[in-house]
Design a protein around this ligand. Structure first.
Ligand SMILES: [Zn+2]
Length: 383
């Protein structure tokens, strides 16, 4: 192993640990990087809504995990788990077989990096932050996969760079939506996921972007991310609003409207609709299906970890397309960092709080208030 400038590597660290469905701060051993892995020091790590869900629902969900569920397979809730997968870190020490320049990305000790939160070897993969073996960014140190690291440009702060992961989620959702030419997007829910979707849509030049959220604070953030029409669903139907934004010019409407088929849905003579469900609580998919225009694509980005029901008939009569998405590709992750670095959209309003490890448990509670908070950054160096 090669030593960085740090004279001595620490052997013990502090972390905000998920234990017995609570977040507690405790000491634990600093992880050792294996082949292809790198020891890093956490600089900033965003608290993700999925972590809130995991704290609450993880133990139950892990009992019924599907064979292909690589996230749940890495988690035994009877033992400590350190969450945190939206991080920026400083490289300290390389494990075997990945010292620069052989780590492909040519990252050196002392450099600031982001990384896809995964560690893998032949035939296995673990998610950093959703694993008993690979602790995440709510701890002072982590082990990351060298091949999945990206150097962070010098001009970015750690907390801006830590937004790479959640913004990549939005980018992936938009890629998976396979937007048709002229499609008008509707974003339901303007929490961190919905806001990332809006920013990605804006980055692609798609519009007008219609967005809806009950919280005034989040509606303001939706405007800041680039939404064109922002609705309070308590006052106005997001779907009616979407229809107004999706009206076709008469000439086009007359031209493209085919005669109604003998059986099946009658086209609505509107621009193509894509609805991003970014709420992730039971009942929302059904509401979206009820409000959606004919032949819309519904992209489910919100992470609901509870049982939910909907009426398939709603989808049948409109020929709806229901698409679920997860994560992002390495290319989307890199594009997300590049988008942040470009400064095209000022993401700083998304960060509404900063805590040290001792503040993580309270931050999990505080995030329940959408008017107060969007993204809280954990900075282990903060006391
Ligand atoms: Zn996340």
């Amino acid at each position: 192993m090669s030593q960085a400038d740090t004279p001595e590597m620490p052997t013990s660290m502090q972390a905000a640990i998920m234990r017995d469905q609570k977040i507690v701060v405790d000491d634990m051993a600093v992880p050792t990087p294996g082949p292809g892995q790198v020891l890093v020091k956490t600089l900033a790590c965003g608290i993700c809504g999925s972590d809130l869900h995991m704290l609450r629902h993880g133990p139950r969900l892990s009992k019924t995990a599907a064979p292909g569920d690589r996230i749940m397979q890495g988690m035994d809730f009877a033992h400590d788990i350190v969450m945190g997968h939206e991080f920026c870190a400083e490289v300290l020490e390389f494990g075997p077989d990945c010292e620069p320049p052989s780590n492909k990305v040519n990252v050196k000790a002392g450099q600031m990096v982001c990384a896809l939160p995964a560690v893998f070897g032949p035939g296995w993969r673990r998610t950093v932050g959703y694993s008993n073996d690979y602790s995440g960014g709510y701890g002072e140190y982590m082990v990351l996969q060298a091949a999945l690291m990206l150097p962070v440009p010098d001009n970015l702060t750690p907390e801006m760079a830590a937004l790479t992961e959640p913004m990549a989620v939005g980018l992936h959702a938009v890629e998976m939506a396979r937007l048709e030419r002229g499609a008008v997007p509707l974003v339901i829910g303007c929490g961190p996921v919905g806001l990332a979707v809006i920013a990605a849509l804006k980055g692609k030049g798609v519009g007008p972007i219609v967005a809806a959220d009950y919280s005034q604070g989040r509606r303001a953030l939706a405007v800041a991310m680039g939404a064109d029409v922002v609705i309070d669903p308590g006052e106005q139907s997001p779907y009616d609003s979407w229809r107004l934004s999706a009206v076709l010019p008469d000439a086009v409407a007359n031209d493209i409207s085919p005669p109604p088929p003998p059986l099946g849905p009658i086209p609505e003579r509107l621009k193509p609709g894509v609805i991003f469900e970014c709420v992730g609580v039971p009942g929302v998919i059904e509401q979206v299906m009820a409000g959606a225009p004919t032949q819309a694509r519904i992209v489910v980005v919100g992470v609901c970890m509870e049982a939910d029901t909907f009426q398939p008939y709603q989808g049948i009569i409109k020929e709806l397309n229901l698409q679920f998405v997860l994560g992002y590709t390495p290319d989307e992750f890199a594009a997300s960092l590049a988008m942040i670095d470009s400064g095209r959209i000022d993401l700083s309003p998304l960060i509404t709080g900063r805590v040290g490890l001792g503040g993580v448990a309270q931050a999990f509670n505080d995030l329940a208030d959408p008017d107060q908070h969007c993204k809280i950054m954990v900075q282990p160096a903060l006391v």
